[in-house]
Every structure is written in structure tokens, then in C-alpha cells.
Design a protein around this ligand. Structure first.
Ligand SMILES: Cc1cc2nc3c(=O)[nH]c(=O)nc-3n(C[C@H](O)[C@H](O)[C@H](O)COP(=O)(O)O)c2cc1C
Ligand code: SF4
Ligand code: SF4
Length: 317
């Protein structure tokens, strides 16, 4: 059985050899105008999430901000009407790291938001592995927000159990992250929120810069395309499908059609959202001939229960 990591390693060996052997950080500080407010009243926390991990952090951030007296909307980006974004005093965007970067659909979505002049903006990613290029994935989100007029006040990355389906879910990275998020991860989230609120109060933007590292070279490779080549089957089992349309709602490109049992392979981003969310195990995906099963099933089989932050017990967001 080949893991995703070894597959990618083999596929990119030539390109990786061309990358810098050492990590260098390239920072840039722009001269930003003053923030629209040092005392935000209304915040928007937007998330994209296929297995609930980014959503959990987004809700926690929303609850923390609500606890500080802000009016907070926590919304799924895929269902959010972006036309009102300029009405918020603070915008936080969270996304998983997919293929060493911001998922393409998230980047595309952010490129079409309206102007958000002098609005404080913060970005975070959830990620599955220590070498996942999470710094640059979160920087990418922040840069897209800054391009729309946002002023950067926070950036962070939170590690958790990876939800990338492999036939046996047993690669070392998967196992090393199985216990995450833990209490320390949630402390990091709390610090993130506290720090960007402090930055806003002081009218103090943060630096935004990509990290030049070996893994940054991976970001520019056609990893989705390579992975789709390895997905030998992607269809819907009509006998199992209960017609709930969850896969259609979760698919960022509307590539799946469960009533016809088809997937438009051109449109598909290989995000595994359909597989990871189907409640009837009706999405059939094979990786080099081996059947994949989704994240909830993996948690069940391994009796893994993801730790919830205590704030979510009392907060309704
Ligand atoms: C298609 C796919 C690609 C992924 N690529 C990476 C990656 O490049 N780096 C990384 O650290 N984690 C990667 N992961 C793990 C996810 O970033 C991690 O599971 C994330 O927390 C999922 O967030 P969600 O539950 O909000 O969808 C990947 C997961 C998937 C499904
Ligand atoms: S068909 Fe499935 S894997 Fe492909 S983009 Fe849609 S949800 Fe993601
Ligand atoms: S999520 Fe599963 S059960 Fe629901 S429509 Fe899609 S394939 Fe069918």
C-alpha cells in the first residue's frame, strides 16, 4: 500500500531537488492605513471544512469573540452571501490545508469577495502533518484578504488528526497526529484570538510573508492532477445511496451527480469531501485499485473521539 506522502515524494523528486535546501523567511511589511476601528463590534468568522476540524476552530474563535461582547456570525463559506462582507469590523477566515496550500476553491472564493477596506483580517488553517506547508497556506489566505483592502492582524495554523483518506489510514503521519487537537491546540486557538484582538486595539498590523522552504516547492506542483490519476475509481453506488444530497452540498465544484452515479473528473478537486461526508458509504473511491473509506468510518474503526473545546458546550455558535 502506498501512502499519499510516498506517492507525492516519488512524483516530485526532480522538482524537489531544484528547491532550496534550507528554509529562508521572506517577510514584507506594507505601510497600512489605520484600521477602520480599534474596538470591533461585529465579527465574521468564515470557514471551509470537509471533516469538521476547521469548523470546530472557527466556532471556538467565534465563541471567544462573543465572550468579549462582539456580535459574531460564524458561517460556512460555501453557503455565505459575500455581498455584505464590508459591514463587519473584523473578518477571520479558516480553511484546511490541502495539497500543501489553500484549497483552490477557497482561493477562488476569496478572489471574488467585495472590497473590505481597512477591515482587520485574520487567517488560520487546520492541517494534518508537521510538514504540510501550513505557514504558506495560511499566508496565502491572508494575502488574498489584504488584496481586497483588509489589514492583517493575525495568522496561525492548528494541527489535528489528518482526514486524508488512504486505504488503511495507517501511515506514520496519521498515527502521530491521532491525539490532536488536544488542550494545547485549543490554548493556541485562544492565544490566536487574544493576540489579534490586541493587535486591533493597538492598531498594529502584522507582517505577511511566505516562508521559502523545500515544501514550498510542492505547492506549485500539479498535485491534485497527480492524485486524480491515482484515484482509479470514483462513482456512486446506487444500491446504497439514500439521495440525501450531502455530497452535492459539500462538493465545492458541483462535480458529483449521485442520481446518475457520475463524477465529473475534470471539475473534481480530489478533496474527498463526498467520500468523507456520505452517511451511507455510497461514494465509491479507489486509490490504485484499493477501496477508500471516509474519515467518520476511520474514527469509528479506531474508537477515536475528537476532543471538543469546553467553550462549545455553552456557546450556541
Ligand atoms: C485532500 C486533502 C489534502 C490534504 N493535504 C494536506 C497537506 O498538504 N498538508 C497538511 O498538513 N495536511 C493536509 N491534509 C490534512 C488536512 O489539512 C486536515 O485533515 C484538515 O484539518 C482537515 O480540515 P477539515 O476537517 O476542516 O476539512 C489534507 C487533507 C485532505 C482531505
Ligand atoms: S467530487 Fe468529491 S472529491 Fe471531487 S471535488 Fe467534489 S466532493 Fe471533492
Ligand atoms: S451523500 Fe451519499 S447517500 Fe447522500 S446523495 Fe451523496 S452518495 Fe447518496
Amino acid at each position: 500500500m502506498e501512502t499519499r506522502r510516498s506517492f507525492i515524494k516519488k512524483s516530485v523528486i526532480i522538482s524537489a531537488a531544484l528547491c532550496l535546501p534550507v528554509a529562508v523567511t521572506r517577510e514584507s511589511q506594507a505601510a497600512y492605513p489605520d484600521l477602520k476601528t480599534r474596538n470591533p463590534k461585529k465579527a465574521l468568522v468564515l470557514w471551509y471544512s470537509q471533516t469538521g476540524q476547521t469548523r470546530r476552530y472557527a466556532r471556538l474563535i467565534g465563541c471567544i469573540l462573543q465572550g468579549r461582547g462582539l456580535v459574531v456570525d460564524v458561517r460556512d463559506m460555501q453557503e455565505f452571501d459575500k455581498s455584505g462582507m464590508a459591514n463587519y469590523d473584523l473578518i477571520v477566515v479558516g480553511t484546511p490545508t490541502f495539497y500543501y496550500d489553500t484549497p483552490a476553491n477557497v482561493a477562488d472564493w476569496l478572489k471574488t469577495i467585495p472590497a473590505i477596506p481597512v477591515t482587520p483580517v485574520a487567517a488560520f488553517v487546520s492541517f494534518g502533518g508537521p510538514e504540510g506547508n501550513q505557514h504558506n497556506a495560511s499566508t496565502h489566505v491572508l494575502k488574498l484578504l489584504v488584496e481586497k483592502g483588509g489589514i492583517p492582524v493575525g495568522r496561525d495554523a492548528f494541527r489535528n488528526i489528518p482526514s486524508y483518506p488512504t486505504p488503511k489510514w495507517n501511515n506514520p503521519q496519521q498515527i502521530s497526529g491521532q491525539h490532536l487537537p488536544d488542550a494545547a491546540t485549543y490554548d493556541q486557538v485562544r492565544r490566536f484570538a487574544a493576540t489579534f484582538m490586541e493587535k486591533i486595539a493597538r492598531n498594529e498590523p502584522i507582517f505577511v510573508g511566505y516562508e521559502m522552504a523545500l515544501r514550498e516547492g510542492l505547492r506549485v506542483l500539479p498535485l491534485v492532477w497527480l492524485n486524480k490519476k491515482a484515484i482509479s475509481k470514483h462513482t456512486v453506488d446506487a444500491a446504497r445511496c439514500i439521495g440525501c444530497q450531502t455530497c452535492v452540498r459539500k462538493c465545492p465544484t458541483k462535480a458529483i451527480n449521485p442520481s446518475r452515479q457520475t463524477v465529473d473528473r475534470e471539475k473534481c478537486l480530489a478533496c474527498f469531501g463526498c467520500l468523507n461526508n456520505c452517511p451511507a458509504s455510497a461514494v465509491v473511491m479507489e486509490y490504485r485499485g484499493e477501496r477508500l473509506y471516509g474519515f467518520p468510518e476511520y474514527l469509528r474503526r479506531n474508537k477515536i473521539v475528537i476532543l471538543e473545546p469546553p467553550e462549545l458546550k455553552t456557546c450556541s455558535l
